[in-house]
Design a protein around this ligand. Structure first.
Ligand code: NDP
Ligand code: 8X3
Length: 251
């Protein structure tokens, strides 16, 4: 894996950041993306002894910004071997009849269209080279709809569908495409979903949720398989979780 180049979106926090740390252990060169530049700088400082790190600051909703940032990469980072489409969040947890239009826009624009814009910027170089590996971070919410999950679940079902479509269309080019779909992971996710409200602090109480590092382990496992092996679709839960709505809690 040494000297392969990986681009990770949403690298400033949670699963994306843990993946950056995991990849750095294996000397994978990193392009780390996010909107919070100070966090990107901190992570680059922390990892620069292990591997080369380049940061890109863009909002995945900004189509032109995404294309420009990736087209303008320095020579050392131009050939991207691995794309981890991870940037995303849930915004709100309301029944459909009370849904907030801005939340709906955010989830569809970031989780679905943002993933497509980043992929569009990178896939042509992969088809040209006839190699590459794309991992889309979906969710158990892309497999199972739960009460009040409506539009977030729709966005993650779309990620699963886009992943399958990519795998089919990119098959002639020898490009690997897969998705990793976790259940509850203890990150900043709930703070974003509940806009910092105190209910966010309860999301991971009374049980041991997946940690970002657990998901990063699986992502690294997927990218480090031999050339003939593609991990197409992973659904992972913490032990306490059996489905979207069944979580064994000790309260
Ligand atoms: P975090 O909130 O910890 O991280 C989200 C990341 O996405 C941040 O780095 C953030 O960076 C980035 N991001 C959000 N919006 C944008 C945007 N508009 N443009 C660019 N970057 C953006 O959450 P997680 O690590 O948990 O989430 C990562 C992925 O995993 C998401 O796709 C999420 O849906 C998925 N997931 C999470 C689960 C969970 O329970 N936590 C379970 C299953 C899937 P910045 O704000 O700096 O731009
Ligand atoms: C995040 C997990 O259960 O909040 O995708 O949808 S859940």
């Amino acid at each position: 894996m040494k000297d392969k180049v990986a681009l990770i979106t949403g690298a400033t926090s949670g699963i994306g950041r843990a993946t950056a740390y995991e990849f750095a252990k294996h000397e994978i060169k990193l392009i780390l993306c996010g909107r919070r530049q100070e966090r990107l700088d901190t992570i680059r400082e922390a990892l620069k002894k292990q591997t080369k790190v380049h940061t890109l600051n863009f909002d995945v909703r900004d189509k032109d910004g995404v294309l420009k940032a990736i087209n303008d990469l320095p020579e050392d980072f131009r050939g991207i071997d691995i794309l981890i489409n991870n940037a995303g969040n849930a915004h709100g947890l309301d029944p459909i009849q009370n849904g907030n239009l801005d939340d709906w826009d955010a989830m569809l624009d970031i989780n679905v269209k943002g993933l497509l814009y980043v992929s569009k910027a990178i896939i042509p170089q992969m088809t040209e080279r006839q190699s590459g590996h794309i991992i889309n971070i979906g969710s158990s919410a892309g497999k199972e709809v739960y009460p009040n999950g409506n539009v977030y679940c729709a966005s993650k079902h779309a990620v699963v569908a886009v992943t399958e479509g990519m795998r089919i269309d990119l098959n002639p080019f020898g490009i690997k495409v897969g998705s990793v779909n976790p259940g509850l992971v203890e990150t900043e996710f709930s703070q974003v979903r509940f806009k910092g409200a105190s209910i966010a602090n309860k999301a991971y109480k009374g049980y041991k949720a997946l940690q970002a590092e657990d998901v990063a382990d699986v992502i690294y496992f997927a990218v480090s398989r031999p050339a003939h092996v593609n991990i197409a679709d992973v659904l992972m839960f913490c032990t306490a979780q059996a489905s979207a709505t069944i979580v064994k809690k000790e309260l």
